[in-house]
Ligand binder design. Structure first.
Ligand SMILES: Cc1ncc(COP(=O)(O)O)c(C=O)c1O
Length: 397
């Protein structure tokens, strides 16, 4: 299969991991040789409830038996999407009460950026150095990592960058600014949390100059940090919250939520200001609804903080400089990208899936399903430490 994978399927890098997947269940993925891998990555934060979560699978099957795609987004009233948006409104603080459903995280970012421009009538967009918001042209324009965007220029104009957690940069947000887009916890940069009330200060500055505050919750969202959304840990409410990844329990989806007053502008002057064929797809929306119900009706969110403590108590080793992040969004920092690489690849050989972060070469990503058990955490951390012992030993020989 791997030969055909390389030959016929477009690649994202010269070195794909290339595991030949057979099936996946709970916290494990099995390859075509029936080798079992413990999953500490969850499809890069997407498989919130593990692999083949019963409630989500059942919701998908039930919906498939009723109807699948029937009409483009926004024309017909379809119960999975309506129920999802209604439940989301009940879980979010005021005035975040209206959700636009799309197909991926980057598409949700595009919608949010358009909404900020539409609401303010201004054009300038501000985001952060080392920020990642997706790979379509608008999202790429606000990505704060020049090396990976240079060859795709020209991108959209009127984009400026500030440094996350740097208060001195807040002056760059002015009455010309349409929207300020931040990841609540910077992901690709190394799971960097906001410090010294940074988000509250951005909120205050946006209020002062009339700019829209957009928080990208595509990684911390859906319970990973102990609350449904990361921003709920920092006593701040954005104008637009953007979600994706873990929202669909493994199904492809994205969404952005704002006040009705703002969101209604997208359907007026011009009408059809933002449209999509498959957004709100009934099968996907039923998966999202089941995922959201499961997260909010169980104690999975509270458990993430206990599980973080367990990880932190186990991940102590001379090769580990620091463990960053919150809840089940953790970055294990080593001294060098070479060590990180070696650990990730050797762990995969020993049946533990780890991964990289986009822009921080020293970080090892740990974002398991929220459903991971304490025993599985212990099993995976033991493999990590065994591998780190080997790496340390080979370096000292
Ligand atoms: C913070 C953040 N924003 C946006 C995106 C883009 O989401 P998608 O890959 O679904 O387009 C990602 C994906 O990794 C992300 O981590």
């Amino acid at each position: 299969m791997n030969e055909d994978f390389i030959k016929y399927q477009a690649q994202t890098s010269p070195y794909p991991l290339g595991m030949e997947v057979s099936y996946a269940k709970g916290s494990y993925i099995y390859d075509t040789n029936d080798k079992k891998y413990l999953d500490f990555v969850a499809g890069v934060s997407a498989c919130t409830l593990g692999h083949q979560p019963a409630r989500v699978n059942q919701a998908i099957k039930d919906q498939l038996d009723k109807y699948s795609h029937v009409m483009v987004y926004g024309e017909y009233s379809q119960s999975p999407a309506v129920a999802y948006c209604k439940l989301m409104a009940s879980l979010l603080p005021a005035p975040l009460d209206k959700t636009y459903l799309v197909n991926s995280g980057t598409e949700a970012i595009e919608g949010a950026l358009k909404l900020a421009r539409r609401v303010t009538g201004r054009s300038e967009l501000i985001s952060c150095h080392n920020a990642y918001h997706g790979n379509t042209m608008g999202s790429l324009s606000v990505m704060g990592f020049e090396e990976r965007k240079q060859v795709f220029r020209p991108l959209i104009p009127d984009v400026a960058f500030i440094t996350f957690n740097n208060e001195a940069d807040l002056d760059k947000i002015t009455t010309k600014t349409a929207g300020v887009l931040l990841e609540t916890i910077q992901g690709g940069a190394g799971f960097i949390q906001p410090e010294n009330d940074f988000l509250k200060k951005v909120r205050a500055r946006c209020n002062e100059v009339g700019a829209i505050m957009i928080l990208d919750e595509i990684q911390p969202g859906f319970g990973r940090t102990g609350k449904l959304f990361g921003f709920q840990n920092y006593d701040v409410v954005p104008d637009i919250v953007v979600m994706g990844k873990g929202m669909g329990g493994g199904m492809p989806v994205g969404a952005f939520t704002a006040s009705s007053a703002m969101m209604d502008l997208l359907s007026d002057n011009p009408k059809l200001g933002h449209i999509t064929t498959f957004g709100g797809h009934p099968v996907i929306a039923s998966a999202c609804l089941a995922t959201l119900q499961e997260i909010t009706e169980t104690d999975l969110m509270q458990q993430t903080l206990e599980k973080e403590k367990l990880y932190r108590s186990l991940l102590v080793h001379p090769l580990i400089k620091e463990v960053r992040g919150k809840g089940l969004m953790l970055a294990v920092m080593t001294e060098s990208a070479a060590i990180t690489n070696e650990v990730i690849l050797k762990c995969q050989d020993k049946g533990l899936i780890l991964f990289w972060l986009l822009f921080e070469g020293c970080a090892i990503r740990i974002t398991p399903p929220l459903t991971i058990s304490n025993d599985e955490i212990k099993e995976g951390c033991a493999i990590m430490k065994e591998v780190m012992d080997e790496v340390l030993l080979s370096a000292t020989l």
